[in-house]
Design a protein around this ligand. Structure first.
Ligand code: FYN
Ligand code: ADP
Length: 576
């Protein structure tokens, strides 16, 4: 009997097959948190050349994975332990799905037989069933030989069509399963064309062009789908060649520089009701656009349409008519749809009527002048405007820096005050208005792009992921966190109506020094009480690329309840 061949047969196992499957598909970074049963997986992945960025809470590595997906068009990978770790990552997975960011949540899970018989396993939970309604697709792998197919399906589900979150369940037992190395290698799939282009029909393109041609007051609305699509040059060409004014949604800011003369951002409440034909590019008519109807759009009552006609470019056919009639649906990928429109427009497309452009310019100039006046003030204590005037200058001087932004007032003021100059540089709370994305997004943006990151954080928002300043320091990332500290949620001025010793629910410790947090981990902490100090701190952070946290003291009376969306916060009519 020849024993040598037996001992020479190369054996592989679940750990290595998952790693090899990811690598084969160009995935070279994992955002995770080690623990049972995936601790050894993180070690082996690192040993095999994958960058493993380890966090302090799974929600943050989940958010990191999601935004890596948005930035790169490849699924961001989040790795968690079973049950509680999985649940912590699930908020990020659901948020990614809602925002159309491609990510894969890979969670270890406990023993199938025990979980299914509910016999009380360590971290027992039917994770697959729980994940299913919150993501695009969910898969479980019981046998090592199925890993190749599972990873391929997860990648395709995440990035094809409308991108979103995918769950991949890997039971503990599966990791250690062995199989013949050559057979294992053969079982892996390198996905060919994971996000195929989806070409719009000629008919649909024609219909859209004909409608656009009839417009007297056209408007283009850019959403974060347009930013995701990386069709920047064609989108810009479409806007410039048609001369149509455009409105960027928050994360679409910078596809064209916000200072572009066709930007109607500063005339938002004028152009929405005024437009007669609106071209939506990767933007849904959801709450952020008042559902395409009601007063915002010039309708009489809150459900009345404003009379606009809509052309909508989206990769997901079912998005059409979700709130109002879409007169010219253009289903396909944004790159293909926009180039088809461009081809149809040719040269000599008539510019929009001068009275429409003139009226927008007038409104815009008025708002810009008002804004400039407010920004020029230097009140004591510092308020959102005087602080953001500094951030505005810093971004202007460093247009490649990535701006992460969350909070209520800290979000809304930053969005309208800080101009963006390049695509995919503004990352924020997105479709849900979620709090807690801050440090996860910041770590990811720095890791994925290598650029400097500036995170403008409300003090409340920062609290959700603040512990990750240790992660920022550990990986020595060029992240400058600025905490706009006004002592509470929205403001720091509420008092306990019952007069007891507890402070009001919206109030935090007064005059907290968030800068001390980062110092505990060797980062640079700064305390800024005026714009000059803030400017100095931010400039130094950008120059040094050292992990920095600036505690920016903001007037605690500044800001409003829920920022610009106060109307969504029900108030009791009953006094007391
Ligand atoms: C905008 N504006 C400007 C500029 N840009 N003025 C001057 N200069 C510049 N560069 C004006 C714009 O014309 C509006 O004024 C106003 O500033 C606000 O602009 P914005 O922010 O685009 O418009 P609006 O009405 O706030 O937009 C609605 C929204 C937005 C729902 C899209 O509020 C939003 O994205 N909100 C997200 C909120 C959220 O998620 N919060 C987290 C939860 S907080 P007028 O035209 O005069 O109206 C939990 O409590
Ligand atoms: P915003 O909130 O910035 O307006 P939304 O998240 O509402 O943006 O809209 C993004 C839209 O873009 C989604 O409807 C999504 O289906 C669509 N989308 C994402 N990627 C593409 C793509 N490559 N091509 C076409 N549509 C896309």
């Amino acid at each position: 009997m020849d024993m040598t061949t037996d001992t020479q047969v190369e054996v592989t196992d679940g750990f290595h097959l998952v790693i090899d499957a990811l690598k084969l598909n160009g995935i070279n970074t994992i955002f995770g948190l080690p623990g049972i049963p995936i601790t050894d997986f993180t070690r082996k992945a690192q040993a095999e050349g994958i960058r493993v960025i380890s966090f302090r809470h799974e929600q943050n590595d989940g958010n990191a994975a999601a935004i890596a997906g948005f930035l790169t068009q490849r699924p961001g990978i989040c790795l968690t332990v079973s049950a509680p770790g999985f649940l912590n990552g699930l908020t990020a997975l659901a948020n990614a799905t809602t925002n159309c960011f491609p990510m894969i949540l890979i969670s270890g899970s406990s023993e199938r037989e025990i979980v299914d018989l509910q016999q009380g396993d360590y971290e027992e939970m039917d994770q697959l069933a729980i994940a299913k309604p919150l993501c695009k697709a969910a898969f479980r792998v019981l046998h090592a030989e199925d890993i190749g197919v599972a990873v391929a399906r997860a990648i395709r589900a995440a990035v094809s069509g409308r991108p979103g979150g995918v769950y991949l369940d890997l039971p503990a037992k599966m990791f250690a399963q062995t199989m013949d190395g050559a057979a294992g290698k053969k079982s892996l799939i390198e996905v060919v064309d994971p996000a195929p282009r989806q070409i719009p029909s000629q008919e649909a393109v024609q219909r859209a062009l004909e409608l656009l041609k009839t417009a007297k007051r056209p408007l283009i609305l850019l959403g974060k789908g347009a930013a995701y699509a990386q069709a920047d040059a064609n989108i810009r060409a479409l806007i410039e060649e048609t001369g149509i004014p455009y409105l960027p949604m928050s994360m679409a800011k910078g596809i064209l520089p916000d200072t572009h003369e066709q930007s109607a951002a500063a005339a938002r409440s004028f152009v929405l009701p005024g437009a007669d034909v609106v071209l939506l590019i990767g933007a849904r008519l959801n709450w952020l656009r008042s559902y395409g109807k009601g007063k915002t759009w010039g309708g009489k009552g809150h459900k009345d349409p404003g009379g606009q006609k809509f052309i909508q470019i989206d990769i997901w056919p079912q998005e059409m008519d979700s709130n109002v009639r879409i007169d010219a649906p253009l289903v396909g990928d944004i790159g293909s749809c926009v180039s088809a429109l461009l081809a149809g427009i040719g040269s000599g497309w008539p510019k929009p009527p001068a009275d429409w452009l003139g009226a927008i310019a007038e409104r815009k100039d008025k708002n810009l002048a008002k804004m400039a006046e407010t920004l020029a003030k230097n009140p004591t204590p510092m308020n959102f405007h005087s602080a953001l005037n500094v951030v505005r200058d810093i971004i202007k001087a460093n247009p490649d820096a990535i701006l992460v932004n969350e909070g209520a007032n800290a979000l809304d003021f930053t969005r309208s005050i800080v101009d963006m100059y390049k695509p995919r540089k503004r990352l924020d709370v997105g479709t849900w208005g979620i709090m807690g994305i801050g440090m996860g997004f910041a770590v990811s943006a720095a890791v994925v792009t290598g650029e400097s990151v500036i995170a403008i954080e409300g003090d409340s928002a920062f609290g959700f992921s603040g512990m990750e300043v240790e992660t920022i320091c550990r990986y020595n990332l060029p992240v400058c966190v600025v905490v706009f500290n006004n002592n509470g949620v929205y403001r720091g001025t509420d008092v306990n109506p019952a007069g007891g010793p507890d402070v009001a629910p919206t109030v935090f410790v007064k005059d907290a020094r968030y800068d001390k947090l980062i110092e505990a981990f060797g980062g640079v902490g700064m305390h800024a009480t005026n714009p000059a100090e803030l400017r100095k701190g931010m400039e130094e952070a950008i120059r040094s690329r050292k992990p920095t946290l600036i505690n920016a003291v903001i007037d605690e009376t500044a800001g409003t309840e829920s920022g610009r969306i106060t109307s969504l916060n029900p108030q009791s009519a009953k006094k007391k």
